[in-house]
Design a protein around this ligand. Structure first.
Ligand SMILES: Nc1ncnc2c1ncn2[C@@H]1O[C@H](COP(=O)(O)OP(=O)(O)OP(=O)(O)O)[C@@H](O)[C@H]1O
Ligand SMILES: [Mg+2]
Length: 345
């Protein structure tokens, strides 16, 4: 009874610690944090200077005593202390935003599919030391499926592909469980690097990470566009070290991204090849759902659909599916019990 009451007063949080984005969902409020997974720290004083999008703007522009970095690498915590600082900062901010309740919140947090026990424990520990009362682990891809309103409880095959920044996760779900899956580290950040490499090889131009990402979002595509587009690409000339600008079009960027998107497609094919035929039949009939930020890459749905000859649908607001799914899980105790992963403790 007391537990129920305290849970009612003390709104639970859903935490999506992504390779590029950290999002937090608060029960009854919705998404309260949607920030870049970047922290800027003053090494001299050990103080946090900025967290999130503000810190990301500092990447590549800091003096030696300031370090602006992402503490997650391909979905895994690579720097425990900085991840903890980042999460504590964001969770405190969320709590300060409400009338002051002093008890700590329960937290549902996601993990990637191919984590080790040590990596799993690191996620639990980081959330506890950032100020949670209790931690429930779920697979990110399960949360994404819930957020995309896929009927995961049905005895029928559902294929979901989460195209994230550091990981592309592919899973076949049936009866609340993952029947088959594959993961590749070819994801959004790989596409940014492809564009950086293209600019260097073709134009002797050094691009910043944010410029490359901007090009990807604006004119990047997986298949030919209806209307060709051109944009200016600004960087530094390798030879002279001076700023320089070139026009770049969608076809050049598509070519630059091709190898990576093809690799993602091959991984999807490999997943289908090892999926039981009954489930493949269901997937064929229902189609595949795309979530994650890279689901917004132009024509990625058509590219995949053409490659596997199965219909492909992009979830509504694909980038927030994982954290919104955590919100649904927070509200539904039975669902939580069904899909929670046993704690490493
Ligand atoms: N319109 C767009 N076109 C192409 N890519 C996009 C677009 N919008 C966002 N992205 C990319 O989506 C990626 C981030 O997606 P998402 O937030 O799902 O990843 P994440 O959760 O941080 O990472 P992960 O789940 O892999 O740990 C970034 O690489 C970003 O550049
Ligand atoms: Mg993600």
């Amino acid at each position: 009874m007391f537990k129920k009451l305290s849970r009612k007063l003390n709104k639970g949080l859903g935490v999506d610690l992504g390779s590029t984005k950290t999002m937090i969902y608060q029960q009854d409020r919705g998404i309260v944090v949607n920030e870049s997974s970047v922290v800027a720290i003053n090494n001299r004083t050990d103080q946090i200077l900025a967290v999130g999008d503000e810190a990301r703007k500092m990447v590549g522009k800091t003096p030696p005593h300031i370090n602006a970095s992402t503490p997650l690498f391909h979905g895994i915590i690579s720097d425990f202390e900085i991840t903890e600082k980042m999460l504590k900062y964001l969770m405190d901010k969320v709590r300060a935003g409400r009338f002051s309740f002093s008890t700590k919140p329960m937290v549902v947090v996601g993990i990637p599919l191919d984590v080790t026990e040590v990596e799993k424990k690191a996620v639990e520990d980081v959330v506890m030391s950032a100020g949670a009362s209790q931690v429930y682990l779920v697979e990110n891809i399960m949360a994404a499926a819930v957020g995309a309103r896929i009927p995961i409880q049905d005895p029928s095959g559902n294929m979901i592909i989460n195209l994230g920044g550091g990981l592309t996760e592919i899973a076949v779900i049936s009866l609340d469980g993952i029947v088959n899956w594959k993961v590749t580290r070819t994801a959004g950040l790989t596409l940014d690097r492809d564009i950086i490499k293209f600019a260097r090889d073709e134009f002797n131009l050094v691009l910043g990470e944010m410029v490359a990402e901007d090009i990807k979002r604006r004119i990047g595509s997986a298949l030919e566009l209806e209307e060709p587009v051109i944009m200016q690409m600004r960087g530094r000339d390798v030879m002279t070290g001076l700023p320089k600008e070139f026009d770049v079009n969608d076809s050049q960027i598509r070519e630059a991204l091709h190898k990576s998107v093809q690799h993602i497609l091959d991984t999807i094919k490999a997943t289908l090849e090892t999926t039981p035929p009954e489930l493949v039949a269901d997937i064929y009939q229902k189609g595949i759902i795309l979530t994650g930020g890279v689901a917004m890459l132009k024509n990625i749905d058509k590219f995949i659909a053409r490659g596997i000859e199965i219909p492909v649908h992009i979830a509504d607001d694909p980038q927030t599916c994982t954290v919104r799914g955590m919100g649904v899980i927070l509200e539904d105790e039975i669902l939580l019990q069904d899909i929670v992963i046993p704690s490493s403790q």
